[in-house]
Design a protein around this ligand. Structure first.
Ligand SMILES: Nc1ncnc2c1ncn2[C@@H]1O[C@H](COP(=O)(O)OP(=O)(O)OP(=O)(O)O)[C@@H](O)[C@H]1O
Length: 664
């Protein structure tokens, strides 16, 4: 594969890397714009309206995280601002005393008390600064943790369909950023308090000196405020536009260092290829960064020119007041000081508010995510779930995955029964809808139409947590947790303390006891490569642990999706034997497998094709001449792979109904 990416793709187009690896541009803003016209929310007015609420939310978050630290920070910031204000007023007195008429010694003596106040406010200010630094340091990480927990708590309860939804993921991306923004908001909030008090003090002094000075001071900061806001809005907008692209870039760099793709990265030479595309994707982001910083530089230059003009106007006004004798020289000195101090604190205030505003945009995303997660949460409560239902019935159930339903539903008008304490096999070709059916059965998705009835009760009204509790599941893609061997099995039931006895039983059941024996630290072996003492298992060994996990859970209904695909022949026999015994013990087993010989002992076999139920019956019934022949054809095809006379030709039979075989 030699697709060398261009060096400087235009930022608004899909780069060749995006097109080749991801099928199109990863930079859409329609998604998040759909959420309440997010661009409009960026207007100064709407943000000004929202800012107090978001600041309030952050302060509540901080109070939840550490009330004591919050009090310390608030008191320290207030102390710092007040000491600055008092200091400024004291300096005014010092200047007035020093510039007054009379002998120098007398003037200095008169200035002494005010000088003392300046010194004391300096010390108080320094102490308050250090208290604020230590309090903020204590508070910030806690706020981030509480904010992170807040969204994680909600996300773990959303429907599976939400987790698979691309829009929800995009929101999740920016909301994750929101947790660290909440942390930074604490710093900016405390900065705003300090700067605000200092500004009020300077403004008060200026107003007393001459009323025209305050509007002039405000004029000097308007261009800076405009520039900061404009830059922040551009940055936030760009962040959303590029958020998926950034995730994809991280994905590429992650693939180069993870253990799973490592063999292919080397043998297939994927490494240099991915690295090239990583570079190309990064260059696209860098181009966007360059564009943003150029725009920021331009806006700042305009702002500086306007500020300079406003400062000139202020000093010209001061000069005018002096020349016309409206203001005395000593007062003009204080005015210069107060203007400088006021303009500095106003600049700092604007900077802090601007940073607050920028971070608040992400905290707002965090709030939006929490709201969306609450709307898409698995409903709580409902009718109690039958403990051991006599039968579960699918009644004309159809379901299509979001975004694909228009093309063809994954399940189309399926009606079938799962009787209690029986082995029910689901068979059919790849993509026929078997896994989808069990996910609907377990309550992971909800039917688009039709009903799933538990002893006649519609599952839609049942308590979903109760439904989940009835199932144990070992799916095709069961998760390989990067924890110890013990936890990989015991994670099947986390609401109880780990029981060693139950672990041993589950391991024996799945043939995982042999796996555990061979591990260097037995049950305590860490099953994660790349960590100290980490160990890797073979596919079949993992599968045994997966089956042991489902057994450890002891759900009333066991779903096993391709349980033996990675097992050797002996282990496969053992697992099917155990599954049979489970059903003898009253547990309902739902078995999905492509090994058709192993469904011989199932009580009922349902055959799916393109999302539709084609036939149902026992093995003998489905193999008999009166069946539709879908299962029989599949079975003969598979058996023929081992037979001497070659595989059966699907759909082709001789006049006696015996499948014809392809010549070897
Ligand atoms: N999460 C998903 N999002 C969108 N489409 C999906 C999703 N999972 C499955 N599908 C689609 O639904 C259809 C049925 O898939 P399903 O996994 O149920 O088939 P299956 O019979 O279990 O296949 P296999 O034997 O290969 O495991 C397929 O066309 C598949 O592409």
């Amino acid at each position: 594969m030699r697709h060398s990416p261009p060096r400087h793709p235009r930022p608004q187009e899909a780069s060749p890397s995006e097109r080749l690896l991801f099928g199109g541009p990863l930079r859409h803003d329609q998604g998040w714009n759909k959420h309440e016209n997010a661009h409009l929310e960026l207007s100064l007015w709407s943000m000004a309206l929202r800012l107090p609420r978001l600041v309030g939310a952050t302060i509540r978050l901080a109070a939840r995280a550490d009330r004591g630290a919050l009090r310390t920070v608030a008191a320290a910031e207030l102390g710092q601002g007040v000491s600055q204000a008092v200091g400024l007023i004291a300096i005014n007195h010092v200047l007035a005393a020093v510039l007054a008429a009379g002998p120098t010694g007398q003037r200095l003596t008169a200035a002494l008390p005010a000088l003392l106040v300046v010194a004391v406010t300096g010390v108080v200010g320094a102490l308050a600064t250090s208290a604020s630094t230590s309090g903020t340091g204590r508070l910030e990480p806690k706020v981030e943790r509480v904010a992170t927990e807040m969204y994680l708590e909600r996300v773990i309860h959303v429907e599976l369909a939400a987790i698979e939804d691309e829009e929800f993921h995009r929101l999740l991306d920016s909301a994750q950023y929101g947790a660290s923004s909440a942390r930074r908001m604490i710093k900016y909030c405390s900065g705003v308090v300090g700067a605000l008090v200092a500004f009020v003090a300077a403004a008060g002094v200026l107003t007393v000196l001459h009323p025209v000075l305050l509007p002039l001071l405000a004029l000097t900061t308007v261009p800076r405020a405009w520039a900061s806001l404009r830059i922040a809005r551009a940055r936030y907008s760009s962040f959303h536009h590029w958020v998926q692209h950034a995730r994809a870039g991280r994905l590429l760099s992650g693939l180069l260092i993870q253990t799973e793709p490592a063999p292919e990265v080397r043998v297939h030479g994927v490494g240099p290829f991915l690295l090239r595309h990583f570079r190309s994707m990064s260059e696209s982001s860098e181009a966007e960064q360059t564009r943003l910083s150029r725009e920021a530089a331009r806006v700042r230059l305009i702002a500086s020119a306007l500020t300079g003009t406003a400062v000139l106007a202020t000093y010209a006004a001061l000069g005018g007041l002096l020349l016309t004798g409206v203001m005395r020289l000593s007062v003009a000195g204080t005015a210069v000081l107060a203007t400088r101090s006021g303009s500095a604190s106003l600049a700092s205030l604007i900077l802090q508010i601007n940073s607050l505003y920028e971070e608040a945009c992400y905290v707002q995303d965090l709030e939006r995510l929490c709201q969306e997660a609450a709307e898409r949460a698995i409903p709580e409560g409902g009718e109690p779930v039958p403990d051991n239902p006599k039968e579960i019935r699918f009644e004309d159930v159809s379901f299509g995955y979001p975004g694909t339903a228009a093309r063809r539903p994954a399940l189309d008008g399926v009606s079938l029964t799962i009787p209690q304490g029986k082995i029910v096999a689901l068979v059919g070709e790849n993509g026929s809808g078997k896994s989808t059916l069990v996910k609907l059965l377990a309550g992971l998705y909800r039917p688009d139409s039709g009903r799933i009835l538990w002893d006649g009760q519609d599952m839609a009204g049942l308590d979903r947590a109760g439904v989940f509790a009835r199932f144990a599941m070992v799916s095709q893609d069961f998760h390989r947790w990067p924890f110890t061997c013990r936890m990989n099995v015991a994670i099947g039931r986390t609401d109880h303390a780990v029981s060693q006895e139950r672990l041993e039983t589950a391991a024996r059941y799945a043939g995982a006891d042999e796996v555990v024996e061979q591990l260097p630290r037995g049950w305590d072996t860490l099953l994660a490569r790349g960590y100290e003492g980490g160990h890797q298992l073979s596919g079949g060994q993992w599968q045994r642990l997966g089956i042991a996990r489902a057994r450890y859970r002891e759900g009333r209904i066991l779903i096993v999706d391709e349980p033996t695909s990675a097992l050797d022949a002996r282990a496969e026999l053992q697992v099917f034997d155990q599954i049979r015994r489970l059903a003898d013990g009253g547990q309902t087993v739902l078995l999905i497998t492509h090994r058709l010989a192993s469904v011989r002992h199932a009580d009922v076999i349902h055959v799916l094709e393109h999302g539709r139920l084609r036939e149902s019956g026992t093995f003998e019934e489905l193999m008999g001449p009166s069946s539709a022949g879908v299962f029989r054809d599949l079975y003969e095809l598979q058996r023929g792979q081992f037979a001497e006379d070659g595989p059966a030709v699907p759909g082709s039979r001789d006049p006696d109904g015996v499948p014809r075989r392809a010549p070897r």
